[in-house]
Design a binder for this molecule. Structure first.
Ligand code: C5P
Length: 227
């Protein structure tokens, strides 16, 4: 099987819909590779911050995108560590600041174009689970199976609140809700690769569903392409 014929499962959706957790678990169950495309945008945003780049200087941002090396290092049972230009930046990447900066640079068409081939290169046997906003619409339009996860903004804010509280970060639910609504609007309304389900995607609303139930649903919906 060559890379082009390896099966791809795309899992798109807004922030806090559970994409990351679900995608990683599904990839683990299937024994497939996993692409966290949001981490690439976050890595570029963080590298641009390290280089003190002006986010309105698109040419400099494109050069930064091309020059930024991102490597994922698996950890047993946990979230992979992300190395940006050789530095473990996992914790910095997960901050709200990095998320907001990623969302801002992700609206620049040249930055998206500079990351396209890099994302497609993750597709290799035995298969790939690709998590993001435009995996099923732009990066892997020929994907074997496409899922779009949603959840109410309130539930997503509560999930994020719990995650951050567990890490000892102090935030308010109202503040998080405002950020989520603002980020959704920016991601959904941008001119290039806006956040929306592919016409052939299966929608799953995860509001009130446990992680394991969503994983089971995704796996049961894709029996034909399971190895
Ligand atoms: O998924 P995550 O929250 O890590 O993504 C951070 C930001 O990167 C998103 O808010 C979105 O603006 C951008 N992104 C994107 N396309 C992707 C993945 C992420 O525009 N495929």
């Amino acid at each position: 099987m060559n890379a082009a014929s390896a099966p791809v499962l795309t899992i798109d959706g807004p922030s806090g819909s559970g994409k990351g957790t679900i995608s990683r678990l599904v990839a683990g169950r299937l024994g497939w590779h996993y692409l966290d495309s949001g981490a690439l945008y976050r890595a570029v945003a963080v590298a641009a911050g390290w280089a003190v780049l002006d986010l309105s200087d698109h040419a400099a941002l494109v050069r930064c995108t091309q020059a930024t090396e991102v490597a994922f290092r698996d950890t047993p049972g946990g979230e992979p560590r992300v190395l940006v230009n050789g530095v473990d930046a996992t914790d910095e990447l997960r901050t709200e600041t990095a998320g907001a900066a990623a969302s801002a640079i992700a609206a620049i068409p040249e930055v998206r174009a500079a990351l396209t081939a890099r994302q497609r290169a993750f597709s290799r046997p035995p298969g790939l689970v690709a998590d993001g906003r435009d995996m099923g619409t732009v990066i892997f339009p020929e994907a074997t199976f496409k899922v779009f996860l949603t959840a109410s903004a309130e539930e997503r804010a509560h999930r994020r609140y719990k995650q951050l509280k567990d890490k000892g970060v102090s935030v308010t639910i109202d503040g998080l809700l405002q950020e989520i609504v603002a980020r959704d609007a920016r991601d959904a309304n941008r001119a290039v690769a806006p956040l929306r389900p592919a016409p052939d995607a299966v929608l799953i609303d995860t509001t009130g569903l446990a992680v394991e139930a969503v994983v089971a649903r995704v796996l049961e919906l894709m029996p034909a392409s399971r190895p």
